[in-house]
Ligand binder design. Structure first.
Ligand SMILES: *[C@@H]1O[C@H](CO)[C@@H](O)[C@H](O)[C@H]1NC(C)=O
Ligand SMILES: *[C@@H]1O[C@H](CO)[C@@H](O)[C@H](O)[C@H]1NC(C)=O
Ligand SMILES: *[C@@H]1O[C@H](CO)[C@@H](O)[C@H](O)[C@H]1NC(C)=O
Ligand SMILES: *[C@@H]1O[C@H](CO)[C@@H](O)[C@H](O)[C@H]1NC(C)=O
Ligand SMILES: *[C@@H]1O[C@H](CO)[C@@H](O)[C@H](O)[C@H]1NC(C)=O
Length: 608
């Protein structure tokens, strides 16, 4: 950058750092623009050194200008240097004004004590600049011989308005360096060659030849940039991923408009735009199934309650037995054994009616009343909790992190690119990652990997966005549910950007547009939209297929939803277990009875 153009403190000089002659050199130094500006400032201020002027530095305290201050460090100011910082952090206008007026007063004192003064104003805040313009005038900071150097970063249009509306800026001795240069680049409607290959959801192609249609989030981003910078997209054909970047390297393609993970080895061959995609590396596996619920019949009560119930049954049985045994009325004395009484007690507990064999004494009636009350409450509580637990079963928790996943799986599959991931993980310091790396098997396609995970204890690893799309397309039912899921934890997160040729002059402009789009969250929205659209399309295809097969889709979906509500064998396993145990015990008792009768029969006959 030719700084001598700025160094001339001309009488009325608003040197806006944007002109067509400067454009190319500015672009070339864009990456170091702050450092470059620092050097420019140093060159301007070198004048103060010659004339032994003082420097008054006024900033809003923003850290982004630290490079400029570093450059100032190297200079010497024989006339001295005063640094003021006015942070515009207060919402209160009066506080801000007070701060400004104080600072301006001090600065004016410095000016009055110096032979000559250069005021340097560093701020990207329009309010700050406006406030300075106002207060420097009120506080009479600037006189004709004072030079004002403004370093700012503002859109040109706003800067022009600012410059022309304030007396301080338009009439005094001002040099302005604007770091903002990106507004005006245009490709003037030319055709720009790019390279990309299908990689859903980033870049998707349909049709061929001149009818090729593109979709996907990266295409939308490129389209937006093309609109902003006024160019048309021409996609060069490439046979492989290598060719995509090779054409960039050879500068035949202006940009590979598809995200590539930023790696040092790649940066030797080509540059990257601003990093804008974070590709989380995740795992996907099948959702855990409902475990057999042996305990569903036991679950409704805690151990203590079961214990208390048992005690209550024993107590009531003993009480009934005593009452019938000592029956005062003499109706049933000796007729009811303890077994019959116990049966009566349990029958009432299970909601059956009384057999009417119990004595009719008042004491007995009171006892029955108390017991029925107890039985009513206990059995209704049990029934309702059992119903709830059977119809709304607890879905077992599924592994969401690598730590939870590793003990549960036998194998982690990954596509062929996973060789480097496996190497990386097996060399990790974390034992969890090491064991995951050891479980990894490379060269498995995502669809196959996920299908395997449904059958075996496998998980599939891959980019979250890609896995999401595969699941949406191939593993999602018509009602939107899916048998596989993506774990929440990101195993490794890598940053990705578009490859562009080294030192491409348009890089800052691409970066600006990419930043604008991604910071507004639009890129993420495109991602979600693309994935959702793919899922909808996959569903439509499924419906069409069903219709072709002559099946009624509605009927299918009804049976599907019904099957979800029905109780499965796993729910009822506890019940069947108890029933079978009961049958076995009854069978054993029956056999025992037969045996006892058989061996005791002769003696009976003898008695008769
Ligand atoms: C300042 O000017 C002097 C004399 O022209 C020159 O020797 C010196 O290198 C300049 N310093 C900077 C930082 O430009
Ligand atoms: C600011 O000062 C003006 C007059 O000095 C006063 O009327 C106004 O209430 C003050 N505002 C605040 C927020 O203190
Ligand atoms: C794009 O550039 C062409 C050629 O300079 C020009 O005619 C056209 O108006 C521009 N379009 C936009 C939208 O700026
Ligand atoms: C873009 O590629 C076409 C060939 O497909 C070539 O003719 C054209 O010159 C290229 N444009 C630029 C600007 O490199
Ligand atoms: C209730 O008990 C009485 C007397 O034992 C019996 O006659 C009647 O059938 C029982 N009712 C039911 C619904 O079991």
């Amino acid at each position: 950058m030719n700084v001598s153009a700025f160094a001339l403190p001309c009488a009325l000089c608003v040197a806006v750092c944007y002109s067509s002659t400067l454009q190319l050199s500015q672009l070339a130094v864009r990456r170091e623009v702050l450092a470059g500006t620092g050097r420019a400032v140093a060159a301007v201020l070198n004048h103060t050194w010659h004339t032994a002027c003082s420097l008054i530095l006024l900033t809003d305290g923003a850290t982004s200008h630290i490079t400029i201050f570093k450059e100032l460090d190297k200079l010497q100011f024989p006339g001295g240097m005063a640094v003021f910082e006015v942070a515009l952090d207060s919402q209160d206008v009066n506080v801000t004004q007070m701060k400004f007026s104080q600072v301006i007063r001090h600065a004016r004192q410095v000016r009055q004590l110096s032979r000559c003064v250069t005021v340097m104003l560093v701020s990207s805040d329009q309010e700050f600049l406006a406030a300075f313009a106002e207060w420097s005038l009120k506080g009479r900071l600037l006189v004709w011989s004072t030079r004002l150097l403004i370093i700012t970063q503002q859109p040109l249009q706003e800067l022009r308005t600012l410059m022309s509306t304030h007396w301080t800026f338009s009439m005094l001795n001002v040099i302005l360096i604007n770091l903002d240069m990106g507004q005006e680049l245009s490709f003037y409607g030319s055709s720009v060659n790019v390279t990309a290959l299908t990689y859903a959801p980033h870049w998707m192609t349909s049709g061929s030849g001149s009818n090729t249609q593109y979709a996907g989030m990266d295409y939308l981003l490129l389209k937006t940039i093309a609109d902003a910078l006024n160019f048309t997209i021409h996609v060069l054909p490439s046979a492989s991923w290598k060719e995509v970047t090779d054409q960039v390297e050879a500068r035949r393609s202006f940009v590979a408009s598809i995200v590539y993970v930023v790696l040092p080895s790649r940066m030797e061959k080509y540059d990257f735009t601003q990093i804008f995609d974070f590709t989380p590396f995740c795992f996907a596996t099948s959702k855990p199934e409902l475990k057999p619920q042996w305990q569903s019949l036991y679950k409704p009560f805690t151990k203590d309650v079961w214990g208390a119930n048992l005690v209550a049954i024993i107590l009531v049985t003993v009480a009934f037995h005593m009452i019938t045994h000592l029956d005062v009325s003499g109706e049933v004395r000796g007729r009811l054994g303890p077994g019959t009484v116990l049966q009566e007690v349990i029958a009432t507990l299970l909601g059956q009616n009384l057999s009417g064999q119990l004595p009719r004494s008042s004491s007995n009636r009171l006892l029955i009343a108390a017991w029925l009350m107890f039985a009513f409450v206990i059995s209704s509580a049990y029934r309702s909790i059992l119903t709830a637990s059977l119809t709304l079963p607890n879905i077992p928790s599924r592994p969401e992190s690598v730590q939870e996943l590793v003990p549960l799986i036998d194998r982690a599959t990954i596509e062929s690119y996973g060789v480097s991931h496996k190497k990386f993980l097996t060399q990790s310091e974390s034992s969890v990652f090491r064991s995951l790396g050891e479980l990894m098997v490379t060269g498995v396609d995502a669809i196959d990997g996920l299908k395997e995970s449904l059958k075996n204890k496998y998980a599939h690893l891959g980019g979250a966005q890609y896995l999401e799309l595969v699941i949406a397309k191939h593993f999602t039912q018509i009602d939107g549910s899916s048998q596989v899921y993506i774990g929440k934890e990101t195993i490794v997160s890598s940053v990705a950007a578009w490859p562009i040729p080294h030192d491409a002059p348009y890089k800052p402009f691409l970066d600006r547009c990419i930043k604008a789009v991604t910071e507004a969250g639009i890129y993420e929205k495109w991602r979600r939209d693309t994935v959702r659209q793919e899922a909808i399309r996959a569903n439509q295809r499924k419906f069409l297929k069903l219709q072709e097969q002559g099946l009624e889709a509605s009927k299918d979906s009804v049976t599907y939803s019904n099957s979800r509500k029905a109780l499965t064998l796993q729910h009822m396993l506890g019940l069947y277990a108890i029933f079978v145990i009961g049958l076995v015990i009854a069978g054993v008792a029956f056999l025992t009875e037969i045996l006892i009768r058989k061996y005791s029969a002769p003696s009976k006959r003898c008695w008769c």
